[in-house]
Design a protein around this ligand. Structure first.
Ligand SMILES: [Fe+2]
Ligand SMILES: [Fe+2]
Length: 206
């Protein structure tokens, strides 16, 4: 059984307490896959007045990505790009992007984050918005990839007659992606708040 720390406030916690906490957090990546699967399943039946519900839309987007030979990680991003639809309907991309960020490349994180604006290229003109809002991101490394993601897979995945692969078919790759060490490779753990990028590297206190 895991040791439980017993500090009453952070001020009285010790370095050893935080070593134990970090150990338990880093050993919990399979839990992330379960959370993502639960969030996906909750999208079932919430029509939002669209031709297909966000659950079917997610499966359809991921199926198209998979059939076009997209890398495994990008297929997972396609599957999860709208999991924030119910919890954060006004900024759903931010929520999904935050969830996948530690486990995917910066480029694919960019796709998930930017897709909400880039989808607008395909319909904003019908709701009185500028369909070229995405152009503010010209020069961003994820620009071309996000434009392609939306054109080929996201904006075209509202077809009631499309045969999507079942969620179970994607579960192994979803679990593989969340089983990765967070911020693996040579990526620096970080957060972005209000335009401030804060690196979070243990042992390198400012
Ligand atoms: Fe979306
Ligand atoms: Fe979508």
């Amino acid at each position: 059984m895991a040791t439980v720390t017993d500090f009453r406030s952070m001020d009285e916690s010790t370095a050893e307490d935080w070593r134990l906490v970090a150990q338990s957090v880093s050993g919990d990546s399979s839990g992330m896959a379960d959370v993502a699967l639960d969030m996906l399943k909750r999208l079932k039946g919430s029509s939002l007045c669209m031709p297909v519900d966000p659950y079917e839309h997610s499966l359809q987007t991921a199926t198209r990505a998979h059939k076009d030979g997209a890398e495994e990680e990008l297929v997972v991003c396609a599957l999860l790009h709208d999991i924030g639809d119910l919890a954060a309907p006004q900024n759903h991309a931010e929520l999904a992007a935050a969830i996948v960020r530690p486990y995917v490349s910066d480029l694919n994180h960019g796709v998930v984050l930017l897709h909400e604006i880039f989808q607008g290229y395909h319909y904003f003109d019908k709701v009185g918005l500028d369909r070229n809002l995405r152009d503010r991101f010209r020069g961003h490394p994820a620009y071309a990839r996000t434009a392609e993601f939306c054109a080929k897979w996201d904006q075209s995945s509202f077809d009631k007659n499309y045969q999507s692969m079942p969620l179970e078919a994607f579960e192994p790759i979803l679990r593989r992606v969340f089983a990765r060490p967070p911020y693996g490779g040579n990526r620096t753990p970080h957060v972005d708040y209000m335009g401030f990028r804060i690196n979070m590297i243990p042992g390198q206190a400012a």
